[in-house]
Design a protein around this ligand. Structure first.
Ligand code: KG4
Ligand code: ZN
Length: 330
């Protein structure tokens, strides 16, 4: 049995997990920094980096204890090496290097986006390559052909904001609190999605990409007009995002012969309206729809351990000199 220890620290969650090469999750631990960042309404990089330093080693120890293992039982160390807030990424990667060096085990440096991209295969081992992935998180909004570990083709990306970022900014604007996505979803459940006329940028165009900046500005104007309550604005905003995601994904599906499934990953994939609309869209194309469980959609270390397992099985290991990268396209 090959056991992979995964470390994640690229944003505001510190996490450690143990996963086997067969996809069994032996332990996963996570410490969120939400309370530390809440007063600022967003993630403060310096506070995040310091909190990762304090949290990571105890989380590794706790995960090992949960699985009744010691570091000597671990075969591979996988750590997020980017993209993300550089201070946090460095904490996780340096910790991974130190553990790999001390235990004499191979290191796999994982692209955080690859963690999200492969996480559906941890949730559903029957999912085969190639699949079309909608990756929607706080920093990214992309459509990708996932052909194998380290083998991706990007069909579309955002030309301005990411979908999660739009959720977070809308929450801040409406005073709904932090983190924004779940707060907007909760408010939207009590509102009318047709109450506020909002734009759907790029909808129906030949341009394959995403855009949310115009939507964000329209939400701001609607909020400042005093004409609408925040539940209606939240519901109308969420519907506009769903419409944009579905339109762009439908366009990509038409250009994707031979794929095995429509797959969603990333924090915004935790949104039930997004999941529901994607389920229906996959049905239109007679494709299975695969979405990881909610806890695996938002940042965690099990997905990093699993990406490490897939890369290790493909012979992809890294040298201890590999740098942390704030930007790192898949
Ligand atoms: O993947 P993730 O945990 O971190 C990044 O790598 O960015 O994604 C976080 C993003 C945040 O923007 C958050 O507001 C959004 O995912 N999110 C949601 C929901 N839960 C998290 N957006 C909409 N609805 C949700 N339920
Ligand atoms: Zn993420």
């Amino acid at each position: 049995m090959t056991i992979i220890l995964g470390l994640e620290s690229s944003c505001d969650e510190t996490a450690a997990a143990l996963v086997t090469a067969e996809g069994k999750i032996l332990a996963h631990r996570l410490a969120t920094q939400e309370d530390a960042h809440r007063p600022y309404g967003g993630v403060v990089p310096e506070i995040a980096a310091r909190a990762h330093v304090e949290a990571l080693a105890p989380l590794v120890e706790a995960a090992l204890a949960d699985a009744e293992l010691t570091l000597g039982d671990v075969d591979v160390i996988a750590a997020t090496a980017g993209p993300g807030l550089i201070g946090g990424v460095m904490v996780g990667l340096v910790t991974g290097k130190a553990l790999a060096h001390a235990a004499g085990k191979p290191l796999v440096a994982v692209n955080h986006l690859e963690g999200h991209a492969l996480s559906p295969r941890l949730a559903d081992p029957s999912l085969q390559f190639p699949y079309l992935l909608l990756l929607v998180s706080g920093g990214h909004c992309q459509l990708l052909h996932v052909r194998g570990p380290g083998d991706y083709a990007r069909l579309a990306t955002t030309i301005d904001d990411a979908a999660g970022e739009a959720f977070d900014k809308t929450a801040k604007l409406l005073g709904l609190g932090f983190p924004g996505g779940p707060a907007v979803e909760k408010a939207a459940a009590k509102g009318n999605p047709r109450a506020v006329p909002l734009p759907r940028p790029l909808l129906g165009t030949d341009d394959p990409h995403f855009s949310f900046a115009g939507l964000k500005s329209a939400v701001m104007r609607a909020a400042q007009s005093g004409q609408y309550n925040s539940e209606d604005i939240a519901a109308s905003f969420q519907q506009a995002v769903v419409d944009c995601l579905i339109d762009r994904t439908r366009r990509a599906l038409k250009a994707s012969p031979g794929i095995t499934a429509l797959v969603v990953a990333g924090g915004v994939a935790a949104n039930q309206a997004v999941r529901g609309a994607l389920t229906a869209l996959a049905g239109e194309f007679d494709l299975p729809f695969v979405a990881p469980p909610l806890w695996l959609c938002t940042d965690n270390a099990a997905m990093i351990a699993w990406a490490g397992a897939e890369r290790y099985a493909a012979g992809l290991v890294d040298d201890l000199s590999i740098p942390a990268r704030p930007r790192w396209p898949l």
